[in-house]
Write a protein that binds this ligand. Structure first.
Ligand SMILES: Nc1ncnc2c1ncn2[C@@H]1O[C@H](COP(=O)(O)OP(=O)(O)OP(=O)(O)O)[C@@H](O)[C@H]1O
Length: 306
């Protein structure tokens, strides 16, 4: 049986009369990169805050490392590193000094060597003595991750770690998360509203919507049944419709404009599109397979209702 690192059961939390989290349950196992996925306002940050007892839950069971957070808060937090809010640094001090001060305040013994190694790990080698005020948002985010690592936690909690980063910043943070798992054997939970982001790095996930968890499981398995929205430009377009309809009798093809077609298709069948059309001498000008969290939700919610 996998070792449970986080177990949340029927969590709920209201702010005044507004119920931000209604019924959230999920389990994170040792070694997981766990995606906590949901649209803006779904209740991800609130759930994470309750999980770390930054705010108090109204109801539900929260256990980390198989211990209730209510009675073992300090012990749990000693084994956990988190970035729930934007990490705060002294802008006029260097990356090294910031980590050094943080280590002293938090009572972590970190030698100069430890701090250098940490900065190197997060890709800030050579920038140790630069002022943080001159860092990009992505560099600050990585410095924040270095800060959470100072006390060598087993679990790392990251709330929307790639939000607001430029494409390179996103890649850097994504690679860092993968290395945290692979090289340092950390267990990681990260929230996001971006399904493709989670798909790239997480092995398991839960999806929450309007304060409720709707589906939890292996990312691969959940995604394997997924239908993508296909946008295809092909010529001659009538022949393309005919060939595709014969090959995939269950799909509804829409002619959008000119030679642009749209239809939904199971992900596993996407590679066949070009093979089938090429074999029938239909030219493809563009082929785009799109997924969105919203489409995926609609499908899951519809399945849920059946
Ligand atoms: N302190 C608070 N007081 C009142 N309402 C709050 C408070 N914190 C969060 N909310 C509300 O609770 C709902 C859930 O917010 P939360 O931040 O948990 O969502 P989220 O899934 O993290 O979204 P985002 O991705 O936008 O951060 C939102 O409607 C938000 O406005």
């Amino acid at each position: 049986m996998p070792e449970s690192i986080i177990s949340i059961q029927h969590l709920s939390k209201s702010f005044g009369s507004f119920q931000a989290v209604k019924d959230v349950s999920f389990q994170v196992n040792k070694g997981d990169v766990f995606g906590f996925l949901g649209p803006n306002g779904a209740g991800k940050s609130t759930s994470m805050r309750c999980m770390l007892s930054l705010i108090q839950a109204d109801a539900g069971e929260i256990r980390l490392f198989d211990l209730p957070i209510k009675t073992h808060r300090n012990e749990i937090l000693r084994r956990t590193g988190s970035i729930i809010e934007k990490p705060d640094f002294y802008k006029y001090l260097s990356a090294y000094r910031n980590l050094d001060i943080f280590a002293r305040i938090s009572g972590t013994y970190s030698s100069k060597r430890d701090i250098y190694a940490m900065l190197d790990f997060v890709g800030l080698h050579g920038r140790e003595h630069d002022k943080v005020g001159n860092f990009s948002h992505g560099m600050k985010q990585r410095l924040g991750i270095a800060q959470t690592l100072l006390h060598n936690p087993d679990l790392i909690v990251l709330d929307e770690p790639t939000t607001g980063l430029d494409p390179q910043g996103i890649i850097d943070v994504r690679n860092l998360i993968i290395r945290l798992k692979e090289e340092q054997q950390k267990t990681i939970i990260l929230s996001s509203h971006d399904l493709s982001e989670i798909e790239m790095i997480a092995n398991r996930m839960v999806i929450i919507n309007q304060g409720k968890s709707i589906v939890e499981g292996s990312v691969k398995e959940l995604m394997s049944t997924e239908h993508l929205l296909i946008r295809l430009e092909a010529e001659p377009v009538e022949k393309a419709i005919q060939v595709l309809s014969n090959a995939f009798p269950d799909i509804a093809i829409e002619l959008k404009s000119g030679n642009l077609l749209e239809f939904h298709l199971n992900r596993s069948l996407v590679p066949q599109i070009s093979q089938i059309l090429n074999a029938q001498e239909v030219d493809i000008y563009s082929l785009e397979a799109k997924r969105s969290l919203e489409d995926y939700f609609i499908k899951i919610v519809q399945q849920d209702a059946i």
